[in-house]
Design a protein around this ligand. Structure first.
Ligand SMILES: [Zn+2]
Length: 189
């Protein structure tokens, strides 16, 4: 009786699940999605093995170009449209300028020793004039994994609904921040 009362008044986490999982993308879609890359850059990008990806666990697709160590890419969906950006990192030796800090996208407080400054040329005329925008992101683009980590007892107590709520919020936050950055880079004015 009591338990039922508590249950009835309880907010249910399924009421506001983050929207659908990321749709899988083809090579063609990915190359066509790159907003701040030239046609040549988009054609030359080395893509990851798309068949090996677990799309259902991704909020965005991020990877390093294994043939061009200074180039990385992020693709996500903006209003259902695959939208990607080319990112550069500045460390010529490793290809990535690793540092300590908090990733601006997943804001994970556990993995703080491997984030990198990534810089994107802006799209359109602005980018051709040399304008860039930078952000600290997990070096290996592990944000989606980070936000799905089971919340600790300190964070959520022993309440499964609270754990789910926290995880859903983290996923939604990651998606929003990553999308905002990609949209900003892609603006062509
Ligand atoms: Zn991250």
């Amino acid at each position: 009786m009591h338990a039922h009362d508590v249950e009835a008044g309880r907010w249910h986490p399924n009421d506001r699940k983050p929207k659908t999982l990321m749709n899988s993308l083809t090579e063609k879609q990915i190359r066509a999605s790159l907003r701040n890359a030239s046609k040549r850059e988009a054609a030359q990008a080395t893509l990851p093995d798309l068949d090996a990806l677990d799309w259902a666990q991704l909020d965005y697709l991020g990877w390093h170009d294994r043939k061009a160590p200074l180039s990385s890419y992020v693709v996500l969906e903006l209003d259902g449209v695959p939208t990607g950006i080319l990112l550069r990192s500045s460390d010529a030796k490793t290809g990535r300028a690793r540092t300590k800090g908090v990733c601006a996208w997943c804001e994970d407080v556990v993995v703080t020793d491997d984030v990198s400054l990534y810089v994107a040329r802006r799209g359109g005329a602005s980018g051709r004039n040399g304008n860039t925008i930078g952000t600290l992101i997990c070096t290996e683009f592990g944000c989606s994994r980070n936000v799905r980590r089971r919340p600790t007892f300190t964070e959520a107590g022993n309440d499964p609904a609270m754990r789910e709520l926290i995880t859903d919020r983290r996923i939604a936050g990651l998606r929003e921040r990553a999308a905002r950055f990609v949209a900003e880079v892609g603006k062509t004015r």
